[in-house]
Every structure is written in C-alpha cells, then in structure tokens.
Design a protein around this ligand. Structure first.
Ligand code: GRF
Length: 193
C-alpha cells in the first residue's frame, strides 16, 4: 500500500515564534499533519532560529515578494503546502493567496474578537487596550483568515477572567498559556480530514 501522505502546513510568524515552536513540537511525529515550512517576513525574526533547531525549512518572504504572485505560487506548490497557520504574522495576506487556500488559513488573536482587533492591534498593544478598557475578561480567538485583519469566521474562543491588579504583562503571560494549550488542537481538528 502506498504511504499515506500527510497534510503539509506552513506556519507564518514575524517575531519570537513561541506559538510556531509549540506547533512544531506538537506535530512532530504526528500521523496526519506535518509542519513543513516556516515563513517570516523578517530576516532577524527569532522564529527562524527556532525552525532551524527543529530542522523545519524556513524562508523569508518580503512584502515586495508577496506582490509577485508567480513567485509565491511557485514557492508554495514546490513545498506542497496544503494549509497555513498564522502565529504572530504582521503582514496582511494578499487576496490572491487567500483564494489559493480557501478556509485553509487560520489565525490566532490574543483577545476576544471582534473586540480589540484590527490594524495595529497586536502584541502588548492588545493587552494594554484590554486593561485600559476596564474589561472583566479577555481570551483568545482562533479564526479563518479572509481579506480583512482579524475578520474571518471564528472557530474557537477561550475566555479568562481579568484578576484584581492584573497588568498587561501578567495578562500577556496568561494569554500565551491559553494559546499554547489550544492552538495545536484547534489546528489539528481543522486540518484532520
Ligand atoms: C500571539 O499572541 C498571537 O496571538 C498573535 O501574535 C502573538 C505571537 O506570539 N497573533 P509568539 O511569537 O508566538 O510568541
């Protein structure tokens, strides 16, 4: 019998890449899903070092290269990529790319969308905005990516209560734990045939 082919995912990250590493570790030796490529837009992103540590091929794709549809199509077909997981990726994904992977691009946002989302709402900006608003809760949102920032269909949310004396730093740590706990499982469920 021919060997079963795995679903090959690319993880996109612009910075540290703790979620990217967490996904790589989770899917190591997985029977159906493989993290086959890491894509960053920054040469100095720490995620590239993390990918190297796990022998996952990694490439830098600049915003100029994103405008070259042929180049991008070639890169993704050469690597046989079936789906994409965004994990702290700060560039807007062009429309042609979203059409290449309908319902097959996921993103994680460190707050409860539709609140505290949109352009400029990333990293500590999000947690500061949540604390400043006096909200009683925050959480994580995992959604399908469409043409607008933080906008596509929500497939998972998990909530946490903002504690007395909570700071944006303490909130960021608690949110990161939630992300690491849930993102791999939601990705696994979404991409398991
Ligand atoms: C995460 O908080 C994620 O929700 C957001 O970007 C952050 C990436 O963090 N989209 P890391 O680089 O994975 O540590």
């Amino acid at each position: 019998m021919p060997a079963k082919t795995k679903t090959r995912l690319a993880v996109f990250a612009s910075g540290s890449g703790s979620n990217a590493e967490n996904l790589i570790r989770y899917f190591q030796g997985h029977p159906d899903i493989k993290i086959a490529l890491v894509v960053s837009n920054r040469q100095d992103a720490f995620v590239l070092k993390r990918a190297k540590r796990y022998d996952v091929p990694a490439v830098v794709v600049t915003s100029q290269e994103w405008q070259q549809e042929g180049f991008i199509k070639n890169l993704f077909s050469k690597n046989n990529i079936d789906g994409v997981v965004l994990a702290g990726y700060l560039l807007l994904i062009p429309e042609y790319f979203i059409k290449m992977y309908p319902e097959k691009i996921l993103n994680i946002h460190p707050a409860l969308l539709p609140d505290f989302g949109g352009k400029g709402m990333y990293g500590m900006h999000v947690h500061r905005a949540v604390i400043d608003s006096g909200a009683g809760k925050s959480g994580i949102t995992i959604h399908v990516v469409d043409e607008a920032y933080d906008h596509g269909q929500i497939i998972f949310q998990e909530t946490l209560k903002i504690e007395q004396g909570e700071t944006s730093e303490s909130l960021a740590k608690r949110i990161q734990k939630l992300e690491h706990r849930h993102y791999p499982i939601v990705v696994e469920n979404h991409f398991t045939p």
